[in-house]
Design a protein around this ligand. Structure first.
Ligand code: SF4
Ligand code: SF4
Length: 406
């Protein structure tokens, strides 16, 4: 695999239309979580410095790694300057970021790029072959006897990094990230779908792509595409919005048109919601739109249909919602800091002001960051509790054992 290097400065300027920035009244800054907290660094600030001093002149610029690639700036820019992509490009060849959990998440993700061990050797954690370590994943142990899954053909439920997130962050989330996977299977089972869960699936590679590790990204993408093609899979549902965007759009940019359709699982369930027998809660809940679901994929109504079905009332809308959503601050697990805490706390305040009893979201990363940054999100006594949409819907299926998911 070829390592991707950064374009030269004039190539970057042209590819990302940096000179299209007219230095308007900084509409891109208003929803930038970095600018909202620090009040200094905003997209135009970085672009201006790049145009004046080139890519070496932006060394140490706060936005370079604090940026969470949420896309709010491009959404707001009257000239559609693709700012998040510009920042992704500037990150190529650099690694001067501060990784969350001392880089544990990125290590999990990079390990998944190691080739799979043969089936005969799966009993060991890793195996050696020709001096090369091969990986044996343990990504199916969460599937218990109550879940109907299959291993051959049909609709794939792409689980992504959730089993690893569950190990790294499970204890801090009110409901562990893997509960969301179990909930998705329960709901799909009620719709008569026995989803395929792939033992050899790998991380989609989004985080590594966004921090400039394109070499590992290409390894992971190549593995996933080969796996899905070999199984002649036609439909892939993902639990994470970032997986959906990456499999649908970024893999297509890399490999051309692919023979399978990719949807976020809420899109699929929303299309069949009338077939579910749901006992609504009556709660007034707000939906926090994950950036990759709402802004990058344009999917804003499907999760609201699920939430309305689960509660029996229309979702409460926070001031910033839909494509104009506010990022939770997770980004690519780098440079979490005061701006991350501020992003979460702003959402809690917005939900409270909107009169919501709680926030519901549909992204494992949002769930983790809400609970990591603001533990009050998981307290039953907290004024605003944050929950996972799939877990909420599954808990309201008539006939399911009712669980208090708060
Ligand atoms: S992508 Fe988000 S965090 Fe990055 S510069 Fe744009 S608004 Fe700010
Ligand atoms: S909104 Fe667009 S044109 Fe205005 S300052 Fe930001 S990048 Fe430049």
């Amino acid at each position: 695999m070829k390592k991707q290097s950064r374009r030269n400065d004039s190539g970057i300027t042209k590819a990302f239309r940096v000179t299209d920035c007219t230095r308007c009244n900084n509409e891109c800054a208003d929803d930038c979580p970095v600018y909202r907290f620090y009040g200094t660094w905003h997209p135009q600030h970085l672009a201006g410095r790049f145009l004046r001093e080139g890519s070496t002149g932006i060394d140490g610029h706060r936005l370079l790694w604090d940026c969470v690639t949420c896309g709010a700036c491009t959404e707001a820019c009257p000239f559609d300057v693709p700012f998040a992509d510009f920042i992704r490009e500037l990150r190529l060849g650099r690694s001067d970021y501060e990784p969350v959990l001392e880089g544990l998440v990125h290590r999990y993700q990079r390990m998944q790029a190691v080739p799979a061990a043969s089936a005969a050797r799966r009993t060991r954690a890793t195996s050696k072959n020709g001096g090369k370590t091969k990986i044996v994943q343990e990504r199916l142990s969460w599937i218990d006897a109550s879940l109907d899954v299959n291993r051959t053909r049909g609709i794939v439920l792409f689980v992504g990094c959730i089993p690893f997130f569950d190990v790294a962050f499970g204890e801090t989330c009110g409901t562990g990230p893997i509960d969301s996977a179990r909930a998705a299977v329960r709901i799909l089972n009620r719709l008569g779908v026995s989803p395929v869960i792939l033992e050899d699936e790998r991380c989609c590679g989004r985080d590594l792509y966004d921090i400039g590790d394109r070499e590992t990204f290409v390894e992971l993408a190549g593995h996933n595409v080969a796996l899905l093609k070999a199984r002649t899979i036609k439909t892939v549902l993902t639990l994470c919005p970032e997986c959906a965007y990456t499999l649908r759009e970024t893999y297509r940019e890399l490999f051309g048109t692919l023979p399978f359709k990719v949807m976020h699982v809420t899109e699929y369930i929303a299309g069949h919601i009338d077939k579910l027998d749901i006992e609504p809660t009556g709660e007034r809940l707000a939906f926090h739109d994950p950036c990759y679901l709402a802004r990058y994929l344009g999917c804003t109504q499907a999760p609201r249909r699920l939430l309305a079905a689960a509660t029996g009332v229309a979702p409460v809308e926070m001031a910033r919602h839909g494509r104009e959503t506010a990022c939770c601050g997770a980004g690519s697990w780098v440079n979490h800091g005061p701006h991350t805490r501020n992003a979460v706390n702003e959402r809690i305040v917005e939900a409270k002001r909107a009169g919501a009893d709680g926030i519901v979201t549909a992204c494992p990363k949002c769930m983790i960051v809400f609970h990591e940054v603001n533990p009050a999100c998981a307290w039953k006594q907290a004024p605003v509790v944050v929950n996972d949409l799939l877990t909420l819907v599954a808990s309201r299926l008539r006939g399911e054992e009712k669980r208090d998911i708060r």
